[in-house]
Design a protein around this ligand. Sequence first.
Ligand SMILES: Nc1ncnc2c1ncn2[C@@H]1O[C@H](COP(=O)(O)OP(=O)(O)O)[C@@H](O)[C@H]1O
Ligand SMILES: [Mg+2]
Length: 489
Amino acid sequence: MRFNSIRFKASILYSVILAAILVLFGSVIYGSVYNILYHDLDEELKIKAEEVASILAAYERVERGRSHPIATMLDLLHSEYAAADRRMIVDDIWKSQLEVLNLKNDYINIMNARGQTLFSSHNYTADIARLFGPATPSDLTALHYRSFSDAALRLRMINLPVSLGQIRLTVQIGTSEDNIHSVLGRLGLFLTLAILVFLAGTSFVGSYFTRESLKPVREVVDMANRITHKDLGARIPEKTVDAEMHELIQSFNVMIKRLETSFGHVSEFNSHVAHELKTPLAVLRGEIELALDSEKTPAEYQKVLSDCLEVIDHMIKVVKDLLLLAKLDYRPDIFQFEDISLTALMDEIAEQSRILAEPKKIVITFDIPTEDIRVEADKVHLRRLFHNIIGNAIKYIAAGESVRVSLHRQGQTCRVVIADTGPGISEEDLRNIFRKFFRVPRADDTQESGTGLGLNIAQSIAKAHNGNINVTSTLGKGTTFTVELPVLT
Ligand SMILES: Nc1ncnc2c1ncn2[C@@H]1O[C@H](COP(=O)(O)OP(=O)(O)O)[C@@H](O)[C@H]1O
Ligand SMILES: [Mg+2]
């Protein structure tokens, strides 16, 4: 697995999120158990302290009237001079209570209102007393719990002020926290292990699933690596994959299809170009071979050279048209659009067309309205569009026939209709007329010179102006070209 792969990043992201959730969850559990354990321990300590207080109260009742209860108690518990039998009874009571309360291991300290220790259990040594610390004013008046620890001991202590009649005492009981810590330690260990095991398990499973779901990417990559210009027909099978992958594969296939189409056009175009240039080159070669074949008169040489010049001119025209077409199709920035008057442009074209029609004695009429129709156009290219269509009409119709050019506006569209009374074009040829290098084949020898690119250029220019060219024709009756352009409002 690579470090900069989606799979690695997804696995890391999921693991981090999952780890955060698990740690949070573990902390909540740990915290709750911690609180519950301390709460229970505090409750237990309180019960013990209250019981100790009630034992003290019992001493007071037993000894009431005879002496001060604390003095009696001290006397009972500590005095060298107490009657042995009474001391024994009280000690027995005390001992049995200690047993009931499980106080044996606890540290007990009972203080008077001034914070002086009146009584403490045997295990309440100087070290423990130091740990408990001197009594503060709040120790003598308020119930509270505290935790202490040193190197050997961890204690939880309750501080419970009690009143026995006139006397105010404070009962302090300290008990070991070891149980709590051992439970918490085991719980912490368990949670840590559980989180680690769970994380390892889920990241393994997650990594497996991401690998499975990213498998189609590998297929796309393999396929992309395999595809060359020779097998653009290959497609990635759109089998059952996730929606995103399906989209990716579909886009990829559509892209290859587009490439295939473009590549088809390019190779078709190349073979056309080669063919178009091969014929005139062969003619040139033939002419030159013929000239070299035998001695010629200067007039004959002149004829050969002028024929060659004609062929070369044709080739230059083909190359120029091809260069223009390449620009029209792939360089939309060559157009310099501006707000122009189509009416004025048509007037200009009418003038030039009449001059062109003159030698063939073709009648060309223009029906241009006085209304100023304005379009957003590149004047130079739009002029070329109309010249190509009108030039064709003049070129392909017979002498004496007519061409009629009219301009109309219909809503947001204007139409320039170029209708001739010429030979017309068959339905089949009409379908190909806008294709590059297409020329209607003539059986006789009357083929006019041309490149077969004029109408293709015209259509490209119309498209660049958001317009269109339509053609209708009837064999023997004539052809009508209609150029549609959007009008500027
Ligand atoms: N008005 C027309 N009448 C009859 N045939 C036409 C007319 N205009 C075009 N054509 C046919 O369409 C073909 C393609 O025209 P074009 O693309 O301009 O190429 P070119 O004029 O160089 O041959 C022409 O060769 C011609 O056969
Ligand atoms: Mg032409």
